[in-house]
Write a protein that binds this ligand. Structure first.
Ligand code: SF4
Length: 823
């Protein structure tokens, strides 16, 4: 007998715990059911022996030597097998191989969604399948591991085996919960079971069309449904992710104190929890909210991984046993060194054990080849972290939230960019006369929407939040899904907008009193700027800022930007390969290089290959975890080489006095501190050097050539401030100062070397290709006065918006401050 039930799986499971077996989609679902039941029923009751996934059922019913091929193994095998298949190189000389593969893949995917197998197996899959299936046959027939024969089966094969095994059972109550796609093998399993048992298939609500497919496929004897629940919801717009997470933290604390709730009454979901991890860790910790992030972590992200890589780089094993022993020793060493990560180190050891089984299956005998393949393998493995104690706020991926239950569900990150799927697609909800409400599972978008709705059913209140502007500075529109919820009358939204140009941060509870007050003043634009100074806390904050040349440059660019960046401290997370990060990698390499080689004459005598190798080694030593890391490193090596060659070409008779030299100068009663990239000496000149990793033209534009340019917002004050220090603090007599360009696009050509500043006759070495700007005493006085003016503006809390639209155009704060409106 088979029954299909549309409803909430959690509630069904709770009411029917006496049934014999519950089969869930994956171990995360089981874990979530466990948390739910333990919370509802007290700590003692979770009948673990009744809950299975298809994989864990297989483990229970078969000898452990019958294993389902782990997914990462399939992926790994595919990648490795592809390498050896020469056909794809010959096959499509004139065609784009990837496009071909994708087309075939799409066809298969589409067919799978519609529940059919593909009509046509494309050329790629046909040839690839031959190779692949030979390999699978070998695994199925048995592979010798540790003196025993192991059989590796695909998930489908294992499900078929399982079906015949389970069909021997009689009169059991078996439940399949929350499977939204019925594969032929799962259908086979259900069919076998229903012959002699009571099988219930519990699905969350789906749309009519999909439910027909589901029902046809399963040929159910009975179909039931539950009523639609109306839920309360609120939508909050916040300017950026940081404020969004701050809002969520404040919200939780406020509700706990008002309503006497506990942390476990809240669940916070994001389309991709990892994107928010950075903010959650910082802000929840600050607000003292216990939390855990349910996310998947990859070994290369762990702090010990580089150490591990370094260590295995040093071993050269004689055979596979030797390799295994060495790895075990390395792991033990890491365990001692990185105690806090012992849990994941053990998981890595497990993964390595699996790996040995795999290389056995692949008949790899060469220990060094096995060592070589280990790292790519570890890159494909990830492990889940789903645990937290019971009184914590779970931070979960939206895709997993439908197995949770609580009083408040807070769904963050609702933006077109970060949460695209539920915003598209057509069918959202249908409330049928039969009270069956359904989902659209024809598309991936449909699945996501379905999960969102399922999740909503499990909570009393739903709070949506989303960052007000996306990374392109585009206004994010309210999502269609929310409109639909409202139009259908499922929920009355109270929409609360916070933060934007027109709508000001006016909720004391969202921001601290101080922030709200400051931002209200900020709203008033250019009116009475020093109103800011009437806020005591702000005044103290401003007077405590440690000024650097960059502060002066930013204020000169736009005082409002200075305010948002350094006073309000609204920060943006840096991408691993953002322009600023690229620049700082270049700076680090040059610092290390000139520290090691402080005589330019010696550098000029180095053979070209030695110099290149030295640079390459240094560049390769930097850690970059980004897909484009390798490509960037190779570009950076070339760029640094070009820059060093050009530097020597100007004059090799220079000595490096210092790199990253700390300096301090007092101007307008404020101290300005920082570090100078490099100071050289040449005859009786001191040479100030500021590295600039940017386009050649951008670096050229930074020069302040005459006094009236001291008011140009596009100019840079770093190098001029170093000059003031050299003259006023170090009492130097003669200087040359220049930007040392590491050209980020195009190549550095010695013929286009930079302009220089000087206060004396330009040394002949700098004459040939360079224009020099003469800084006489009058100019130096003007420069100092301008910096005093800037400092005075900061002290007096004057933060007007810039009038230069070009500056706004490239400003990351334009959505908050409103500069963009005027463009
Ligand atoms: S958008 Fe314009 S006015 Fe606003 S902070 Fe940026 S540069 Fe200044």
């Amino acid at each position: 007998m088979l029954r299909i039930l549309y409803g909430n799986p959690l509630e069904y499971i709770e009411k029917n715990l006496g049934d014999d077996i519950f089969i869930l989609p994956d171990s995360i679902s089981i874990r979530n059911v466990e948390i739910y039941l333990l919370r509802k029923r007290g700590l003692e009751y979770f009948p673990a022996e009744k809950f299975f996934t298809v994989d864990s059922l297989a483990e229970k019913f078969f000898d452990k030597r019958y294993k389902i091929m782990p997914r990462f193994m399939e992926r790994y095998i595919c990648k490795e097998s592809l390498k050896g298949i020469a056909f794809y190189r010959d096959l499509h000389e004139s065609e784009n191989f990837i496009t071909l593969l994708l087309e075939e893949y799409l066809e298969i995917k589409e067919n799978m969604v519609m529940g059919k197998m593909p009509n046509r197996i494309g050329e790629f899959f046909r040839v690839f399948n031959e190779e692949y299936s030979k390999f699978l046959d070998r695994l199925r027939d048995g592979v010798k591991v540790k003196g025993e024969i192991w059989h590796f089966l695909t998930r489908a094969e294992m499900t078929y085996l399982l079906a015949s095994e389970l069909s021997k059972m009689n009169g059991r109550k078996i439940n399949f919960t929350g499977f939204y796609y019925i594969s032929p093998t799962l259908k086979h399993l259900i069919d076998e079971l229903r012959r002699n048992n009571y099988v219930t298939f519990i699905s969350e609500p789906i749309d009519a069309e999909s439910s027909i497919i589901l029902e046809k496929r399963l040929m159910a004897d009975r179909i039931d449904g539950e009523g639609l629940k109306k839920f309360k919801s609120e939508l909050y717009e916040l300017p950026d992710r940081r404020r969004e997470v701050k809002f969520i933290a404040n919200f939780i604390l406020e509700k706990i104190s008002q309503l006497g709730l506990s942390f476990s009454d809240f669940v916070v979901a994001f389309p991709d929890a990892k994107v928010y991890q950075w903010y959650v860790e910082e802000i929840f910790r600050e607000y003292k909210i216990p939390y855990f992030i349910e996310t998947r972590i990859k070994f290369p992200e762990m702090p010990y991984f580089n150490y591990f890589v370094e260590k295995i780089g040093k071993i050269s094993p004689n055979d596979l046993n030797d390799l295994k022993n060495s790895l075990s020793n390395i792991l033990q060493e890491i365990m001692i060194k990185f105690m806090d990560d012992s849990e994941t180190i053990l998981k890595m050891w497990q993964a390595i054990q699996e790996y040995f089984i795999e290389i056995e299956a692949l008949s790899i005998k060469d220990a060094n080849r096995a060592k070589e393949l280990l790292l790519p393998f570890l890159y494909t493995v990830s492990f889940g972290r789903f645990y937290g104690n019971f009184n914590t706020v779970p931070i979960v991926d939206l895709g997993n939230v439908h197995f949770r239950k609580g009083i408040y569900l807070i769904i963050g990150g609702m933006s077109d960019e970060d949460f695209p799927r539920p915003l598209r697609g057509d069918i959202i909800f249908q409330n049928e006369a039969s009270n069956i409400y359904k989902r659209d599972f024809r598309t991936h978008e449909g699945n996501e929407k379905y999960r969102l709705y399922s999740a909503i059913q499990n909570f009393q209140n739903i709070i949506f939040t989303y960052p007000y502007f996306n990374n392109d500075g585009k206004r994010v529109l309210q999502s269609y899904i929310l409109d639909s919820i409202r139009v259908n009358g499922f929920s009355d939204f109270s929409i609360i907008r916070m933060g934007s140009t027109e709508l000001i941060f006016n909720k004391g509870r969202i921001y601290s009193e101080r922030d709200a007050k400051i931002l209200n003043v900020n709203k008033n634009g250019n009116s009475e700027q020093n109103e800011f100074c009437s806020i005591e806390e702000l005044r103290i904050k401003i007077s405590n800022i440690d000024l650097t040349p960059s502060h002066i440059t930013v204020y000169n660019k736009c005082p409002r930007k200075f305010f948002l960046m350094y006073v309000m401290e609204i920060k943006y997370p840096e991408e691993e390969l953002s322009p600023a990060k690229r620049g700082s990698f270049a700076h680090d390499i040059l610092r290390d290089f000139y520290k090691k080689y402080n005589d330019l004459h010696i550098i000029s005598k180095m053979p070209e290959n030695t110099l290149k190798k030295e640079i390459k080694d240094m560049v390769n030593g930097i850690k970059i975890e980004h897909d484009e890391g390798m490509a960037f490193k190779s570009r950076l090596s070339r760029q640094i080489y070009d820059a060093i060659k050009t530097d020597i070409n100007i004059s090799s008779e220079r000595k490096v006095i210092g790199t990253e030299l700390p300096f301090m100068i007092e101007i307008g009663n404020r101290k300005i501190r920082g570090r100078i990239d490099r100071l050289d000496s040449m005859q009786d000149y001191q040479i100030l050097i500021d590295y600039k990793y940017s386009k050649y033209r951008d670096t050229l534009n930074m020069f302040i050539k005459k006094a009236d340019e001291l008011y140009n917002p596009e100019k840079d004050f770093n190098l001029p401030i170093y000059i003031l220090w050299l003259l006023k603090v170090k009492k130097s007599k003669k200087f040359v100062a220049f930007y040392y360009p590491i050209v980020s696009m195009g190549r550095t050509s010695p013929g286009k070397w930079m302009r220089v500043y000087t206060n004396s006759a330009t040394p002949k070495e700098f004459l040939s290709n360079n224009a020099s700007f003469f800084y006489n005493n009058i100019f130096i006085e003007n420069l100092e006065n301008r910096i005093k003016e800037i400092i005075d503006g900061i002290n007096r809390c004057q933060f007007p918006m810039t009038e230069n639209k070009n500056i706004c155009r490239n400003c990351e704060y334009r959505r908050i401050c409103g500069g963009m409106n005027e463009l």
